[in-house]
Design a protein around this ligand. Structure first.
Ligand code: NAG
Ligand code: NAG
Ligand code: NAG
Ligand code: NAG
Ligand code: NAG
Ligand code: NAG
Length: 254
């Protein structure tokens, strides 16, 4: 037989070399790899997505995406809809960390072609978003429920609970690169269920300078100097992702 004859002529070293060649070429191209998807440059060709694209870049969600290697579906809100409430309120009020999480809720960790969307049952499908991977969404609140109206084929995306009133409807398919990314235009930003919008609104703006705030408040110069000298101020100011703080500070007289 030719086969055993052939193998007997391969030295262990050659065989090892073949193995090495095989494994390195196999790991160089995993079957589901997405090669260098730069969301900023993909979105750049759409005039009506410029604001959404700058939000992705300014919150560093765009660079999160560049590092990811898995297929996604992006729910993008075109400029005219982004400037309407409730989307406009969110982009104006939320600090970048919270806005980043709202945007991560628009990145579905699954590739949907238009045909896939038209097969969605009226009872809906639950799809995980990039927000779920941050660990900041309790239970499955980082997932969305995508439903399709069987009569109109309207596709609606909402938080997976009966209590959520945040929803968005798909307007059009913007672009699809099978089987890596689909970009859908939707008519509103979605707010994840139980997302603490009130806490976010009352958070201090990033870059808060407590010393400055106290001096501006007059009557607190002594406290400001003490806080500054003790280093406590630096600790508070470094905690920019924090939930907001209330300081009880004595006046200069006290
Ligand atoms: C999409 O993914 C495939 C592998 O599934 C890859 O070969 C292809 O280059 C990717 N296309 C783009 C535009 O990234
Ligand atoms: C993505 O593309 C934009 C412009 O097209 C460029 O400024 C940016 O550096 C690119 N990002 C990466 C990670 O390559
Ligand atoms: C956005 O612009 C693209 C062309 O750049 C167009 O195909 C698409 O319909 C527009 N979408 C919306 C929702 O305005
Ligand atoms: C998704 O939405 C549909 C239609 O509103 C509903 O019947 C279904 O229970 C929802 N699924 C989840 C997991 O919330
Ligand atoms: C979507 O939200 C609008 C207003 O925010 C509400 O009137 C409508 O009933 C919601 N639709 C669904 C399917 O939840
Ligand atoms: C905060 O404001 C004080 C007083 O204006 C200033 O001395 C200090 O350098 C500021 N700190 C920072 C981190 O900007």
């Amino acid at each position: 037989m030719a086969l055993p004859f052939f193998i007997s002529h391969i030295t262990p070293l050659t065989f090892f070399y073949f193995l090495l060649l095989y494994s390195s070429s196999a790991s160089a191209s995993p079957p589901t790899a997405v090669t260098d998807l730069n969301i900023t440059s993909i979105l750049a060709s759409f005039q009506n997505l410029t604001s959404f694209s700058s939000l992705l870049s300014s919150t560093s969600v765009a660079s999160d995406l560049t590092r990811r290697q898995d297929p996604i579906t992006l729910l993008a809100v075109p400029n005219p809809y982004l400037s309407l409430p409730p989307s406009s309120d969110l982009t104006r009020r939320l600090p970048p960390t919270s806005l980043g999480d709202v945007l991560r809720y628009h990145i579905l960790l699954q590739y949907f072609s238009w045909t896939d969307l038209l097969k969605i049952p009226p009872s809906g499908v639950l799809v995980t978003t990039l927000l779920q991977t941050t660990g900041r969404a309790p239970a499955n609140f980082g997932a969305v429920n995508i439903t399709r109206n069987p009569l109109t084929n309207a596709i609606t995306i909402q938080s997976p609970t009966p209590y959520s009133d945040s929803n968005a409807t798909v307007l059009s398919l913007i672009k699809t690169l099978p089987y890596n990314i689909t970009i859908l235009a939707v008519n509103s930003l979605l707010v994840p269920y139980d997302f603490n919008l009130m806490a976010s609104e009352t958070r201090p703006p990033p870059g808060l300078n407590i010393t400055r705030a106290l001096i501006d408040g007059h009557n607190f110069n002594v406290a400001a100097a003490l806080l500054s000298a003790s280093g406590v101020v630096d600790e508070f100011e470094a905690d920019e992702g924090g939930a907001g703080i209330t300081l009880f500070v004595p006046t200069d007289g006290a």
